[in-house]
Design a protein around this ligand. Structure first.
Ligand code: COA
Length: 164
C-alpha cells in the first residue's frame, strides 16, 4: 500500500520554512497532500484560493505532492484521503506544547493516524507567517522569508487592507 501523508497548516502565507518541511516530507512518503485548513482562532490574511495557488506553484517540482484544502476536522479529511500520517514542523520548544495537545487530540479522535514531527532547519526556526504579515504591513522586504509568488500576493493583500 502506498504511504500517503498529509502536511496541514494555515499557510497564511506559506513561508520558506513551510516549503522546506513539505519538501523533506515528500521525500519520506509515496504521496504527500499539503492541505490548507482553517484555524478558527486566526483571521485570514490571504484567501484560501491564493494560498492554494501559491503552494501549487511552489510545489510544482515535487511530483508526489498535491495541494488541497479542507474545512472541519483534520483527522476526518486525512482519513477520507487515505492518509496514515500527519506531518507537522517544530521550530522551537515553544511550538511543542500546542503541537503536543493537537497531536494528542488527533490521536484520541483517530488512533490509527500517526503524527510525525520534522524539526525545521535552523535558518527557518524564527520564521512565522505573522512575521511576514507584519513586515509586509510596515513596507519591509519579505523576499528572504517567502518565495516571489507569495511575496507578490502578500504585498497585494497588505495594500488592499491599507486601502480599506
Ligand atoms: N516554518 C515556518 N513557520 C512555521 C513552520 C515552519 N516549518 N511551522 C509552523 N509555522 C508557523 C506558521 O507560520 C504559523 O505562524 P503564525 O502563528 O505566526 O501565523 C504557525 O507556525 C502555525 O501555523 P500553521 O503551521 O500554518 O498551522 P496552524 O497552527 O495555524 O494549524 C491547522 C492549522 C489547519 C493544521 C489546524 O488548525 C487544524 O488542524 N484545524 C482543523 C481543526 C482540527 O482538526 N483541529 C485539531 C483538533 S484539536
Amino acid at each position: 500500500m502506498a504511504q500517503r501523508a498529509i502536511y496541514p497548516g494555515s499557510f497564511d502565507p506559506p513561508t520558506f520554512g513551510h516549503l522546506d518541511i513539505a519538501e523533506r516530507a515528500s521525500g519520506l512518503f509515496d504521496e504527500l497532500i499539503v492541505a490548507v485548513g482553517t484555524n478558527s482562532d486566526k483571521q485570514p490574511f490571504l484567501s484560501v484560493a491564493h494560498r492554494i495557488e501559491s503552494l501549487t506553484e511552489c510545489m510544482a517540482g515535487l511530483k508526489n505532492v498535491q495541494v488541497s484544502s479542507f474545512d472541519g476536522l483534520l483527522v476526518d479529511f486525512a482519513e477520507a484521503q487515505g492518509c496514515q500520517v500527519i506531518v507537522r514542523g517544530l521550530r522551537a520548544v515553544s511550538d511543542f506544547e500546542y503541537e503536543f495537545r493537537v497531536a494528542m487530540a488527533n490521536r484520541r479522535l483517530r488512533p490509527g493516524i500517526e503524527t510525525l514531527f520534522l524539526m525545521s532547519r535552523d535558518e527557518h526556526s524564527f520564521l512565522a507567517s505573522s512575521v511576514v504579515r507584519e513586515v509586509a504591513r510596515l513596507g519591509g522586504d519579505t523576499s528572504s522569508f517567502v518565495p516571489p509568488v507569495v511575496e507578490a500576493m502578500v504585498r497585494e493583500a497588505s495594500r488592499a487592507r491599507q486601502a480599506r
